[in-house]
Ligand binder design. Structure first.
Ligand code: FAS
Ligand code: PHB
Length: 389
């Protein structure tokens, strides 16, 4: 097979890049390890920055999001029973959109079907070659047969455990990492949201987040030790812990209904530089991981896609290589600022095992500053709604 851009991975990064490139007349082939059903079964992000909303509209996949998504003007942060409202709309003029990553992925798949693009599922043993030649190629096995896609460029959209980042030699890569000593246990439950907007709760018992998907489906999380296993957490244990961490006026409204999905995600901050190696570009989770506290993971993938699609269109249609040469530096500038915000939100809102009393006082002082300073609230709002692409 021959194409202009070989895309490895059919998660949000790969599908959105394929959608935007094909809309501009650039030919792509997407190679995905899992089945379409498996990709669509993943429950992940829930918040879209407005830049992501506008990019999805540009890609022609905004209709269901605009019909079924929920624009939110702000969110709440609580510290035990104290609650502070961060009014994004008032402080920045912007909102965020509550619309699950699962829905975004489904909308992208449907649009890709309509466009008749090439997405190959169930590929194995992907290998990337000749990245410093005029033409590169990607090899993979499908149904026991070894195949090859020749291309001008390769987009590594294959997530944290993918092959593309590891194709860059270790002595070329520089990796930065912070692994947090806890994870998030998340559940889906068919109950109404506990408030009109999200609640990020810090308490002496640990962190919890009350999020939502629609008026009768909530997505809630509690911080758990990394050693915990999801089977150790009954629904009752989850709800009891969740109520302890929410402010009393919220906890009193909790309906302890059955979970329809339950999973634990570890938290880590990670960046691999550079994002370009010859004809290959890293996009989304293949290049970086953020703790979900700042709702940045999916949204950083979107800004990477925005920079790369512009660069590839300029290179392949006009022979202008400035974008592809500048992609890594341009994307990393935004990645690092989102990395900082996500790390700050995580350290501010989570209790760390064995932390000293000074650290606890710093957390309380940060919360008090948010309560009393509009400037502090505007800084948080500006980062949460998403820095400009
Ligand atoms: P993805 O990991 O989504 O997709 C990569 C794709 O590449 C996958 O389909 C995979 O099967 C495929 N692949 C991997 N190796 C391959 C290979 N060798 N060959 C071919 N295909 C290969 N973000 C938030 O903003 N909020 C959240 O609450 C949140 N929760 C999360 C919970 C979990 C458990 C995880 C893992 C992530 C969460 N994230 C969250 C982050 C998540 O949303 C990512 O940012 C988002 O999925 C990034 O999309 P992609 O870059 O497409 O990577
Ligand atoms: C979610 O709804 O899954 C969600 C929302 C906000 C976050 C993380 C996860 O910061």
């Amino acid at each position: 097979m021959k194409t202009q851009v070989a895309i490895i991975g059919a998660g949000p990064s790969g599908l959105l890049l394929s959608q935007l490139l094909n809309k501009s007349g650039i030919d792509t082939v997407v190679l995905e390890r899992s089945s379409r059903e498996h990709v669509l079964s993943r429950i992940r992000a829930g918040i879209l920055e407005w830049g992501t909303v506008e990019l999805l509209r540009e890609a022609g996949v905004g209709a269901r999001m605009d019909a079924e998504g929920y624009p939110h003007d702000g969110c709440y942060l609580s510290n035990d029973d104290e609650i502070v409202h961060i009014n994004f709309k008032e402080l920045t003029g912007k909102q965020v959109m509550v619309y699950g990553q699962t829905e975004v992925t489904a909308d992208l798949y449907n649009a890709q079907d309509a466009m008749g693009t090439t997405i190959v599922h169930g590929v194995e043993d992907v290998k990337i070659h000749d990245l410093h030649e005029a033409e590169s190629y990607v090899e993979y096995t499908l149904d026991g047969e070894r195949k090859r896609v020749t291309c001008a460029y390769v987009a590594g959209c294959d997530g944290f455990h993918g092959v593309s980042r590891k194709t860059i030699p270790e002595d070329v890569r520089q990796e930065f990492e912070r692994v947090y000593p806890f994870g998030w246990l998340g559940i889906l439950s068919e109950t109404p949201p506990l408030a009109d907007e999200l609640i990020y709760a810090n308490s002496e018992h640990g962190f919890a987040l009350a999020s939502m998907r629609n008026e009768n489906l909530v997505r809630h999380y509690v911080q758990v030790p990394l050693t915990d296993k999801v089977e150790e957490w009954s629904d009752e244990r989850f709800w009891t812990e969740f109520k302890k961490r929410m402010p009393k006026e919220i906890a009193d409204k909790v309906i302890m209904a059955p979970s329809i999905e339950k999973s634990i995600a570890p938290l880590r901050s990670f960046v691999s530089e550079p994002l370009k190696y010859g004809n290959m570009f890293l996009v989304g989770d293949s290049a970086h991981i953020v703790p979900p506290t700042g709702a940045k993971g999916l949204n950083l993938a979107a800004s990477d896609v925005f920079y790369l699609k512009n660069a590839l269109i300029a290179a392949l249609k006009d022979g202008d290589l400035s974008g592809v040469e500048g992609y890594s530096e341009q994307a990393l500038a935004r990645i690092w600022k989102a990395m900082r915000f996500s790390w700050q939100m995580t350290t501010t809102m989570h209790q760390f095992e064995g932390e000293d009393s000074f650290t606890t006082q710093m957390r309380n002082a940060t919360f008090d500053h948010l309560k009393t300073s509009e400037t502090a609230r505007r800084d948080l709002a500006e980062n949460y709604i998403g820095l400009p692409f």
